[in-house]
Design a protein around this ligand. Structure first.
Ligand code: FES
Length: 346
């Protein structure tokens, strides 16, 4: 049974959550500004509600060709590990639980609730409030999707910060902005420049190299330093799951934590396809979600790889434009069928 706080949170649509998030961006430290927005796109409320209300959820999941870990209930304590604020998670969980017990206020709104809980977490953690706003918003959305009982029962455990995440928030932002030195005569180099792509800021080894103007997925495939397939059944070629390499399947979607401005502009086809896949983001030339098989880098970037992929834009958002599909190159025939269905006018 829902309590009053859950009822309050459930009143809001995905668009209202995203508007609230936008309003709160100035109050968020830059270290988690993109990360929080990306997290909300990795776990879209509209998709969760669509699947919850589906007559047959298993059929819907199959139709959307969903692969990997898409449900928050299975990753309550870990889905947000790429946020700096992840380290405050136990306190966030505690303060949200406390608020759910005391909530009885009709005269409030989502923005105020997030701010109030973020302040309580910051006070207890002796941290700046700007570092807790994002993770509190994530916590409230997690509660909305998993329900209060599961939220309370999650262990709340997190791993100690490692890699780049051990540094201060300002240092992390500065490190992310740095481009690789190209050596003494680097300014003379034209075609053999190399850039670092960080895909896991919590691990010193969590990065690979990319040639200038190369697609992110190509550089990822060259890194065979680990058995990627053993870690994620979708990773047949490298740390980033890929299938078609032609913007036709959506398998390779990534969030851009930093360096979006150093990537090639979104081409028309990538933009259209991302809508079909279901990525609910503004029509920017350099958005926070990209297809790694399309985005080419001209500098160092930091990305985050979602633990799942699927094609749900038409059914969940209904904002799909017609597209010309190229002759399919993907080995995943079902993905092709789903995309073809998504572009039908019915
Ligand atoms: S691998 Fe299919 S869209 Fe990138």
């Amino acid at each position: 049974m829902n309590n009053k706080f859950e009822d309050f949170l459930n009143k809001y649509s995905e668009d209202e959550w995203l508007e609230t998030l936008n309003d709160l961006l100035p109050a968020m430290h830059a270290v988690d500004r993109n990360a929080t927005q990306i997290w909300f796109r990795f776990y879209p409320l509209s998709l969760y509600r669509y699947l919850r209300n589906a007559e047959d959820k298993a059929v819907a999941v199959q139709k959307f060709v969903m692969q990997g870990d898409y449900e928050l209930k299975d990753q309550i304590d870990s889905s947000h590990a790429f946020l700096y604020g992840h380290r405050f998670w136990k306190t966030v969980k505690d303060e949200i639980t406390k608020r759910s017990e005391s909530f009885n206020d009709k005269d409030t709104n989502l923005t105020d609730e997030i701010k109030q809980i973020a302040k309580a977490v910051a006070d207890r953690s002796k941290a700046n409030e700007s570092l807790t706003v994002g993770i509190v918003a994530v916590g409230l959305m997690s509660l909305t999707q998993v329900g209060l009982d599961a939220f309370i029962n999650a262990a709340g455990e997190t791993n100690a910060p490692k890699g780049l995440m051990k540094k201060s928030p300002d240092q992390i932002v500065a490190e992310r902005a740095k481009d690789d030195s190209q050596g003494l005569f680097g300014f003379l180099k034209t075609i053999d420049k190399q850039w670092t792509v960080r895909y896991d800021e919590r691990a010193d080894r969590g990065k690979f190299k990319l040639m200038d103007d190369e697609e992110i997925a190509s550089g990822a495939a060259r890194d065979q330093s680990q058995n990627w397939l053993a870690k994620d059944a979708r990773c047949g070629e490298g740390v980033i799951p890929v299938e078609c390499r032609s913007a036709a399947c959506g398998t390779c979607w990534v969030g851009i934590l930093a360096g979006a401005e150093k990537l090639s502009d979104v081409a028309e086809r990538e933009r259209k396809q991302m809508k079909i896949f279901g990525y609910n983001q503004p029509d920017d030339a350099k958005p926070i979600l990209r297809l790694a098989c399309q985005a080419r880098a001209h500098g160092a970037v930091s990305i985050v790889i979602p633990p799942w992929n699927g094609v749900f834009g038409k059914r969940v958002y209904g904002n799909v434009e017609d597209v010309e599909l190229e002759p399919a190159t993907t080995s995943a025939a079902k993905l092709r069928e789903t995309i073809a269905t998504a572009t039908e006018n019915n």
